[in-house]
Design a protein around this ligand. Sequence first.
Ligand code: NAP
Length: 351
Amino acid sequence: MSHRVAIVGASGYTGGEALRLLANHPSVEVVAATSREYAGKPVSAVHLHLRSVLGSMKFSELNLEKIVSEAELVYLSVPSGVSQGMVRRILEAGLRVLDLSPDFRLKEPRLYEEWYGFTHRDPELLAESIYGLPEIHREEIRRARLVACPGCNATAAILALAPVAREGLIDLDHVAVDVKVGSSEAGRQPDQGTHHPERANVIRPYEAAGHRHVAEVEQELSLLCGRRVRVAMVPHAVGNVRGALATAHVWLTDTLDETTVWRAYAKHYGREPFIRIVRAGPVKYPDPKYIIGSNFCDVGFAVEPSRGRAALFAAIDNLMKGAAGQAVQCMNIMLGLDEREGLNYFPVSPV
Ligand SMILES: NC(=O)c1ccc[n+]([C@@H]2O[C@H](COP(=O)([O-])OP(=O)(O)OC[C@H]3O[C@@H](n4cnc5c(N)ncnc54)[C@H](OP(=O)(O)O)[C@@H]3O)[C@@H](O)[C@H]2O)c1
């Protein structure tokens, strides 16, 4: 049986990645791919890599009433502030939603004022939405009507930290995360900072104080640990198009060796279909180069017992495990499908 899916914001990067994945998903049919700018034009006119893949599929106008009459599940691949005006109508019509934007990630409405600078238009729905990180919320995702897919930097940061935080191995008051991320995280529309000549070859810190993903990282780690967790996070724009690497600097609560830290990762991630623990080989730590095009998250660590510190790493493809791949993984869980369905892509190498 095919599930009928609509993608709103399908001309963007995460929408395009969702189209690529769903075109090859055995249990899904894409019934609408919206773009206000390109409505009526072939999808392959924007997503050149999808030439001949989607037949004659064209972008459609953004008509919410048409979408709710045709689809059963909707991906919202739109900028922040947009989906909060759409989700209630979609849910009322009996559909389910995967929101890739930040609009439903935070539980407390006041956090949107603090971190995003807007008053949330539908705060009641925040209580219902489920943070779409299967490694932490799998059972809640299964039953959810509304899944808020995590930010890419947040996905990498949380997956690097979650096992050791949960096991009480680190000082939760002093966690510093550095994320390096490629240009596709900024979306399709170029601006002064993201336009190729400005962005190529950079290693540029941005939003070094107050990056928005800090709010969701703190929220999720605090929920996991049952106490408030504070995180200092600095993202860096790098020249790659895809890929994000989180490096978390942590201080240990006891004299711990590498085996203890490894056990924490093995305990929480040993059965995870998309997490690989990297420990050995010529490249000893995770590097996004080896996961591009896949939904994998490679995690790894280095421990310095004499200094009581460790560095924890997580590498993802920001458009896959950091966005559309994770959304498809959540959709599979919501629909009772095998979590790996339509996601059986191995990394491309060399890239
Ligand atoms: N890029 C990443 O790595 C990444 C990772 C995780 C999460 N996210 C989040 O995912 C969302 C989409 O990101 P993206 O990178 O795909 O952005 P993008 O490339 O800029 O695409 C955004 C899409 O939304 C549509 N859109 C813009 N304003 C709209 C509006 N007011 N109403 C309806 N549609 C509108 C645009 O198409 P039309 O203007 O033609 O309609 C476009 O297709 C963002 O909230 C972003 O924060 C991105």
